[in-house]
Design a protein around this ligand. Structure first.
Ligand SMILES: Nc1nc2c(ncn2[C@@H]2O[C@H](COP(=O)(O)OP(=O)(O)OP(=O)(O)O)[C@@H](O)[C@H]2O)c(=O)[nH]1
Ligand SMILES: [Zn+2]
Length: 185
C-alpha cells in the first residue's frame, strides 16, 4: 500500500535538493500531485494476476490465442524513468481460455510497478502458466526506455525486445514462427 505522506515529504526534500522554492505557486501542490500519481503508476504493487486469470472458460479446438499490441507504460526501477511499448502474448490452450481483457489486465499488474523489462516479460509468462495451465505460452515485449533515450547514452529510437517462452514454445519452432507471423500481420 502506497504511503502518500512519505512520498509527499520525499518530493519536497527532492525539490529542496534541486534548489527549488517549494512555496512558489506552481510547486505548492506538486508533492501532493506526485503522491497521487505514484499511487496510479504503481497500482500493480498490491495486485496479483490471480484475480484476473483464475476465471476461465472451457474451449476446445483452438490452436493458439494471440493478443498483440497491448500498449503499456512502466517505470524503470534503476532510474525511475518511464519505459513503454507493446506486449504480445500467445498461449496454446489446454481445454480452457481466459477472457481477453484479462490478458491486458495481467500486463497492467506487472507494468504498474518499479520494473525491468526482462522481469516483466517472465512474470507475465509465468502467471499464464500458473493460472491458465496452457500447453505453452510466449510473451514478447518491445519498448523504448527513456533512461536510454532522454538521458545517459541518449539513443532515441532504440528499442529493447524481450521474449519469454514456456511449455511447448520452448521446443516447437513451428509454433513460435506462427506467433511471430501473427504478431507481424
Ligand atoms: N536489463 C535492463 N536494464 C535496464 C532496464 N532499464 C534500464 N536498464 C539499464 O540499467 C542500467 C543501470 O546502469 P548503472 O551503471 O547502474 O546506472 P547509470 O550510470 O545511470 O547507467 P547509464 O544509463 O549507462 O548512464 C543501465 O544500463 C540502463 O540502461 C531494463 O528494463 N532491463
Ligand atoms: Zn532506467
Amino acid at each position: 500500500m502506497i504511503n502518500r505522506e512519505k512520498i509527499e515529504a520525499a518530493t519536497t526534500l527532492m525539490l529542496e535538493g534541486m534548489g527549488e522554492d517549494c512555496n512558489r505557486e506552481g510547486l505548492v501542490e506538486t508533492p501532493k500531485r506526485i503522491a497521487k500519481m505514484y499511487e496510479e503508476l504503481f497500482s500493480g504493487m498490491d495486485k496479483t494476476p490471480e484475480k484476473y486469470l483464475s476465471k476461465t472458460f472451457k474451449s476446445e479446438g483452438t490452436e493458439m490465442v494471440v493478443e498483440k499490441d497491448i500498449v503499456f507504460y512502466s517505470m524503470c526501477e534503476h532510474h525511475f524513468m518511464p519505459f513503454y511499448g507493446k506486449v504480445h502474448i500467445a498461449y496454446i490452450p489446454d481445454g480452457k481460455v481466459v477472457g481477453l481483457s484479462k490478458l491486458a489486465r495481467t500486463v497492467e499488474v506487472f507494468a504498474r510497478r518499479p520494473q525491468i523489462q526482462e522481469q516483466m516479460t517472465g512474470q507475465i509468462a509465468d502467471a499464464l502458466m500458473e493460472y491458465l495451465a496452457p500447453k505453452g505460452a510466449v510473451v514478447m515485449i518491445t519498448a523504448e526506455h527513456l533512461c536510454m533515450t532522454m538521458r545517459g547514452v541518449k539513443k532515441p529510437g532504440s528499442q529493447t525486445v524481450t521474449i519469454a517462452r514456456r511449455g511447448e514454445f520452448v521446443q516447437d519452432n513451428q509454433q513460435l514462427e506462427m506467433f511471430f507471423t501473427m504478431v507481424k500481420s
